[in-house]
Design a protein. Structure first.
Length: 595
């Protein structure tokens, strides 16, 4: 090789190294109306970037999920192992190599990266100045118009063209969501006693099989564990507690569960459970705050769930993710993916998990929502039943408080629209709505609707089509997506729960309380299956919408007004406020054991 040729080759390579790669936009969003642009982000502010690599065989994972979850399939209950799931979602080696090279080019060594169990997520913290070069964008500071949170975000980002086939998304970039679970219904102990005294005697209730049962009338105004056992037809069934069945709850946004409050709750409603407790598991910087002055929604929810599931071993996942990263700005990223990284890395999973949080679907970029939903599918494939709440603002924006409901799109058109919530709209979870009173009617806060991101799954095709054709018809035709994944799937009592907070008795309600109660019931079903030598139920929906549908009490009264309308009504059959209805445990157990 001549010296001239070598010199020319060096010049060409040197020149090419100086030419920046051609970037193509990955994602672009409209500036959100509830976040006010404050100014440019400081160059030294550190951003915890999470990079999603394509899951090479997710379509195959989804096929496995439906096979092991469908009662009519020969593989029903044959859930996948951790290794089998990871093999299906692991990225292609070419994607791993391309991303590692890209990070190295920006001075980020492999040792600075953290990877998810399957390697499909790569996490790295970098200063804004570096992130802007990597993503060919500009980060800015945004302040929430109501709550005052300040975050660092961009409205668009790009990647080198050759990386587009190797990277699905990078967040937090365009993610402006505020995760919410708020709906408080707390009264003083004196008020609670006066409220309880207004109902005496019994109320006759007709169950799913046509039989009539007398329910203690006090359940009309105060929901306790004994009331739930009556309403849900649990009878004298008790969990084993030593057969391997477990139940868990996720806690985000500095939400904690209190040991002392649980003991007070047990003394009041379940004396045999006194001195039993739960395991606190810390995730992604989460903490165990037992300060009695810290009052959070998940604390009374834990009491309700454990009151039904006792004596199943229980876990509370305290997950961080909203603490300041640097300066006064908060990460504020939806915490689901960090929790999923942790829980999917465990060899053994709880068979039942409750997560009672919601964001407006439109506030979460579709790519991110779908990756989180894919993580929930992995849980189902491994045999976990995941319950989520449908929301607390009816057909409105889950990111807003009930009193300041928003119903406008953020896609730049600013049109009126019913706003579905996430993760309620994910097709791989079981979404829980709320009812109230005895006999039960739909709770007026119960969230429900139709996804804009996911099409309607086949397991709910029949009942949802029936609702749209015979009940809703042309009503609200321009306000929702009739072809979207519909929710909720089921419902249960959602108000007037007698709970303990600040060491005092009071009442609590909302979608989070309903979700916890339904999780407690599902834990009992899983216990019954395990006691009979069967696999846990896992992903519930294919069962619930087929043979399990016969075990639900149809709720036909009530509505959830919002967006200047009466919202959706509870009707005969499935509806987008109470789903299939409320469960009859005895019948569900019979059907579940027959699988």
């Amino acid at each position: 090789m001549s010296l001239v040729f070598l010199f020319t080759l060096v010049l060409v390579r040197s020149a090419s190294a100086l030419v920046p790669p051609i970037h193509k936009i990955v994602e672009s969003v409209a500036s959100p109306s509830d976040w006010i642009h404050v100014g440019s982000a400081p160059a030294d502010h550190v951003i915890p970037l999470r990079i999603a690599l394509p899951q090479a065989n997710f379509a195959a994972l989804e096929e496995h999920l439906y096979a092991v979850s469908n009662p009519a399939h020969e593989r029903y209950g044959a859930h996948l192992s951790k290794a089998e799931v990871e093999a299906l979602v692991a990225p292609h080696p070419d994607s791993v190599s391309a991303v590692d090279t890209w990070l190295s080019e920006h001075g980020i060594p492999d040792g600075a990266c953290t990877r998810s169990p399957a390697g499909d997520w790569v996490s790295v913290s970098v200063p804004v100045a570096v992130a802007e070069r990597m993503l060919d964008t500009t980060f800015n500071v945004y302040k929430h118009a109501v709550h005052g949170d300040e975050i660092v975000r961009t409205t668009r980002y790009s990647l080198p063209a050759h990386l587009h086939e190797h990277v699905e998304l990078v967040q937090p970039t365009t993610l402006f969501s505020r995760v919410n679970n708020r709906r408080k219904d707390v009264r003083s102990a004196a008020h609670a006693r006066a409220y309880d005294a207004r109902s005496e005697g019994t109320i006759n209730v007709t169950r799913s099989d046509g039989s009539t049962v007398a329910i203690d009338a006090s359940c009309n105004t105060t929901v306790t564990v004994p009331c739930l056992r009556q309403l849900l037809n649990i009878g004298d069934y008790r969990a084993n507690g030593t057969n391997g069945n477990q139940v868990a709850m996720t806690g985000y946004l500095e939400e904690y569960a209190n040991y002392e409050d649980l003991q007070t709750f047990y003394k009041d409603q379940l004396p045999e459970a006194v001195n039993s407790s739960f395991t606190y598991t810390l995730v992604n910087g989460g903490i165990n705050d037992q300060d009695s002055s810290v009052n959070t929604d998940e604390n009374p929810c834990m009491q309700t769930m454990l009151g039904l599931a006792f004596p199943a071993p229980a876990t509370y996942y305290s997950t961080g993710g909203r603490a300041p990263i640097s300066g006064s700005y908060t990460d504020n990223i939806a915490p689901y993916d960090a929790w999923l990284d942790f829980v999917l890395a465990q060899d053994t999973l709880p068979q039942t998990i409750s997560t009672a949080y919601a964001s407006s679907e439109q506030s979460i970029p579709e790519s991110y929502a779908k990756r989180v939903c894919a993580g929930f599918a992995q849980l189902g494939a491994r045999g976990t039943s995941l319950l989520v709440m449908s929301g607390n603002v009816g057909v409105g924006d889950a990111n807003s408080d009930p009193e300041t409901q928003s119903c406008w799109t953020n896609n730049g058109n600013h049109t009126k629209r019913f706003l579905p919530s996430f993760p309620a709209s994910c097709p791989f979870v079981t979404t829980v709505g709320g009812t109230r009173y005895v006999p039960e009617v739909a709770a007026d806060f119960s969230g429900g609707g139709f996804s804009e991101y996911w099409s309607r799954p086949s397991y709910q095709d029949g009942v949802v089509s029936e609702f749209l054709t015979t009940q809703l018809r042309d009503t609200y035709a321009d306000l929702y997506n009739p072809n979207g994944r519909a929710f909720p799937d089921v419902s249960i009592q959602g108000i007037n729960y007698r709970v303990v907070e600040y060491g005092q008795f009071g009442h609590n309600g909302g979608g989070q309380q309903a979700t916890a109660a339904f999780a407690g019931l599902v834990s009992l079903l899983n216990d019954a299956r395990i006691e009979s030598g069967k696999a846990p139920l896992g992903f519930l929906n294919p069962f619930l919408y087929s043979t399990g549908a016969a075990a639900f009490n149809d709720i036909t009264s009530g509505n959830a007004p919002g967006c200047g309308t009466q919202g959706f009504n509870a009707t005969e059959g499935w509806d987008p406020i109470t789903g299939l209805g409320t469960p009859d445990f005895a019948k569900l157990k019979e059907l579940a054991l027959a699988l």
